[in-house]
Structures are given as C-alpha cells and as structure tokens.
Design a protein around this ligand. Structure first.
Ligand SMILES: [Zn+2]
Length: 295
C-alpha cells in the first residue's frame, strides 16, 4: 500500500525542520506523520526525487520481514524535542531535555508495540561488542543487542553511523540490532551480530542497512580510507568519500547473511528527516533503530 499521498506529496517548505535549530519547528499536520515500509518508501522516493530533493513526514521506516518482527528505523519526525534536537531525538548524551527524550522513546516504543519500561539500550562506544538483551537494562557498554525473547524492545542510536538489523528467518525467531560506525565495521560488529544469531553454519539470516551518512557526504582521511579499501574493496571509496552503506552490506554478505536490503538515504543530505552529527557539527539529536519480537 502506498501511503505517499499527503498534500503535495509532503514536499518540503511546509513544516520544515531546521537542521541548525535556529528556527522553531512547525509541527507537521498529524495526518502527515506516516509510517512507511521500505517498499512504500522506495515508491515515494521514486515519485518525489525528480525535484532534486525528497522529504516526507516519514516518522519511521518499517522493515517488512516475515516472522514476529517489529523493526522500525526512526527519523527526526514526530517527537517533542526542540531546537537542534527537534523533534524525535532518542539520545540522552546530548543537551536535550531528558524528559523530552523519555517521551520520544515512549513514542518509538509505541511504534513497535512495546513498553518504555522494558526498553534496553547500551552505552555505545564504537566497539564490536554485542550483548544479549535484558528488559530494562541500560548503560552497559556495547554496540549491539540481540534477543530471541518476545517483548524486549531494543534500541540503537545513530546520527550518521549505520543502524543495522539482522533477523533469523528460519527456526526460532531472533533479532540483532547494531550501531555500526567506521570503527565498528572495521572491528567486526556486523560479524559479531550475525554470530550471535547463528545457531548453525547454515542458519538463514536477513539484514537491513538503515539510514546513514552516504557516499555523497562522508569524506574520510587515509587512516580510514585505507583499511576500508583493504577490507571491503577499493570501490567503497569515491575519491575521498567513503560508502559506508556498501561496506555494511558487504560485511553482512561476507558473514553469510543471505538477503540484504538497504535504505540508501543519507542522513547528512536530508536535514528534514535525519539528525547528522557531521552536518550539524555535533549539536544534534539521535535517530535509531528500534526492534522487538512480538509475543
Ligand atoms: Zn549525502
């Protein structure tokens, strides 16, 4: 079902969310707060990108995957935070009002049918550490969470790094969510996440590479470029720009994930949809990926 039928296809210019926070947020009309599946999004982008840019009031991008999975990649749309954190900032390691972040997290949990009280998230530090999720557990150092238990919502925060979801699609359902920046990709966060879900050498896994800074914007120095070229192939570089999306996809495929989908939306290029650490010079919010196994 295509739901990109908002007035004017939800084009920018109305309800614009400023990237700098210098202008107040004008809330989108409620009807424009949309939840799109990945295939809906692709259809809308194909319709809307002819004008050179695309932004819809997309609140979450849902992963359509068979099984009891509720997985949503959040945008900055649909929250209560203000200024540079407007609106759906999910990160507390910012100067945002913690009460606003709690309300935003409650909304993110509601988007996947989960309770805020059971939400678990890590203290992320660009590692390759993946923990088994425990309901309500907060602040343990690590960059991945996985579960095969129903009703434990897991959240990974990003603002240019790659949010990755991996699901086990045969046997007992299980889900892993990862925060994969350049350090984590080189250190093996994707391999660790897939490894946590793999019960045998031929476990069927599917993955999704979420919104992150794209090869259009992500300029890196040789200390990053060289190990990426060596690990993932020289074509993950475009001049001095790095294609994190493709590196994440290749990491997933190399570890045996049989099907990989990609959102391919750049966080830096789309200030109305996404927070971007690099674009906003560090003063910004966090989107992320939230997921739970439905009971
Ligand atoms: Zn870009």
């Amino acid at each position: 079902m295509s739901r990109c039928q908002a007035p004017g296809h939800g084009r920018l210019g109305h309800g614009r969310v400023p990237g700098t926070g210098t202008r107040p947020l004008r809330p989108w009309p409620r009807a424009w707060h949309q939840d799109l599946s990945l295939s809906d999004l692709a259809r809308c982008l194909a319709l809307g990108s002819r004008g050179g840019f695309v932004a819809y009031a997309v609140r979450v991008i849902r992963w359509e995957i068979p099984g009891p999975y509720e997985v949503a990649f959040t945008t900055r749309v649909g929250g209560v935070s203000e200024g540079p954190f407007a609106a759906l900032n999910l990160g507390k390691a910012t100067r945002d009002d913690p009460a606003h972040v709690d309300e935003n997290r409650r909304r993110a949990c509601a988007a996947v049918g989960a309770d805020l009280e059971r939400l678990t998230l890590n203290y992320q530090h660009h590692s390759a550490t993946v923990h088994r999720a425990e309901a309500g557990r907060m602040g343990v150092r690590g960059d991945g969470l996985w579960t095969d238990e129903a009703g434990i919502p897991m959240l990974k925060l990003t603002a240019d790094c790659v949010p990755v979801a991996i699901a086990r699609t045969e046997g007992t359902p299980a889900l892993a969510l990862l925060h994969a920046g350049w350090r984590g990709l080189l250190e093996g966060i994707v391999e660790a996440g897939a490894g946590a879900l793999r019960t045998s050498s031929n476990s069927l896994l599917q993955g999704l590479v979420g919104p992150a800074i794209g090869p259009c914007c992500y300029e890196v120095g040789p200390e990053v470029a060289e190990p990426f070229a060596a690990r993932f192939g020289s074509d993950v570089l475009r001049g001095e720009k790095l294609d994190l999306w493709s590196a994440a996809e290749r990491a997933l495929r190399a570890t045996g994930v049989v099907r990989v989908e990609r959102v391919d939306l750049c966080t830096a290029c789309n200030p109305d949809l996404f927070f971007s650490h690099r674009r906003d010079r560090g003063v910004t919010g966090r989107q992320g990926v939230i997921g739970v196994l439905a009971a």
